[in-house]
Ligand binder design. Sequence first.
Ligand code: SF4
Length: 91
Amino acid sequence: MPDHRSDQAGLQPEPAPARAARPLRVSVDLNRCQAYAQCCYAAPDHFVLHGREALYYDPAPDAAARLEIERARIACPVQAIHVEDAGSHGR
Ligand code: SF4
């Protein structure tokens, strides 16, 4: 009797990469942003406010920054920061 176990094992999906290893895509709704600067305190390496007009941010931070970026997203009082995995199609 043939043994099909090795064939079945070949059909197994590869394990999904760890969530923390995926690069991020960050966007800020600048129409919503009120320059409260909470993101700058939460993730100073990724969000910088110049005056009260211009928010500079890293749109493609390394996955290692996920915790800081999520902290900034949560800290924003007007929910202007959106974070998703690079390559995803958004929500
Ligand atoms: S915390 Fe939100 S409102 Fe404040 S500067 Fe950052 S994105 Fe803008």
